[in-house]
Design a protein around this ligand. Structure first.
Ligand code: KMH
Ligand code: ZN
Length: 271
């Protein structure tokens, strides 16, 4: 069996003062992604920052980052349309016009740490429809049980016609479901037949729930977006050690790590 490994090098929240190895600028992000690709990642989940390190949906920054990545390696790019809590939905949604192979789709509004993550139902529907028109594969971000139902409603409305459905089960965001094995198991049991999925476990439970996801037949995501630490008290000196550890975990579980072409097939991406 093959497993898809995604690198999430930056995210919307952490800063270089949290971990000086966090890549925030296009060149830094492209270098981190290329190193992760060499270690076995086949998807890069990309958030952008402005020159001051704040989350941005600036299309020029996105285009430049995608170009720099493409110059370095053939990894599949997934742009985050989550972007950051302070960026308006319509700016976030416009990123799909750059036609990345994939982009995230966050189906519901929620509290997110000390902030608010705004994903109004009509705007989410319009974004899903536009992604379908452009052939940009949505990764559906499920932070709580009702979010899965919201995704199934989008499917039933004909707004997600790409098979297979692709989910991230996000655990450990304050405002979403807690990072417990029981919650992960509940969500995995509720996924529709044939769905492709990965665990995104934020913070301390990252390693254990990533391992559990692999053991249950899921894909895996690794990187400083989800945890800044290799283990308690030890900051990760970059994204690479986190990706390498996930690759080792997969191989120890007798899973082969999917390359780019196999990943595109497994996820049903448009050419
Ligand atoms: N930051 C994670 C909690 C997105 O970027 O759209 C979820 C995530 C979703 O990666
Ligand atoms: Zn993200």
């Amino acid at each position: 069996m093959s497993v898809v490994i995604t690198v999430a090098p930056t995210g919307p929240i952490a800063t270089k003062s949290d971990n000086p190895h966090l890549p925030t600028q296009p060149e830094e992000i492209a270098d981190a992604v290329a190193a992760a690709y060499s270690a076995g990642a086949s998807v890069a989940h990309i958030h952008l920052r402005d020159a001051d390190g704040r989350p941005t949906a600036d299309p020029d920054t996105a285009r430049r980052t995608m170009d720099l990545i493409a110059q370095r390696c053939p990894i599949l790019v997934q742009l985050s349309t989550g972007v950051g809590l302070t960026v308006p939905f319509e700016e976030r949604a416009a990123l799909v016009e750059l036609r990345p192979r994939m982009a995230t789709l966050n189906p519901c509004s929620m509290s997110f740490g000390a902030g608010e993550f705004r994903n109004p139902p009509d705007a989410v529907r319009r974004l899903a429809d536009r992604m379908r028109e452009l052939g940009v594969k949505p990764e559906l971000e499920v932070y709580d049980t009702g979010h899965l139902d919201a995704c199934l409603r989008l499917r039933d409305e004909g707004l997600l016609d790409d098979e297979p459905m692709q989910f991230s089960l996000v655990l450990g965001v304050a405002g979403g479901m807690a990072a417990t094995p029981e919650n992960l198991l509940t969500m995995v049991r509720r996924l529709p037949e044939g769905a492709v999925w990965q665990v995104i476990a934020i913070g301390r439970a990252n390693l254990r729930l990533t391992a559990m996801g692999l053991a249950l037949g899921g894909n895996a995501r690794a990187g400083l977006e989800d945890t800044l630490y290799l283990r308690k008290g030890e900051l990760s000196p970059g994204n690479l050690p986190l990706v390498e550890r996930t690759v080792r975990l997969a191989r120890e579980l007798d899973l082969s790590v999917a390359g780019v072409e196999e990943t595109a097939r497994l996820l049903g991406l448009h050419p």
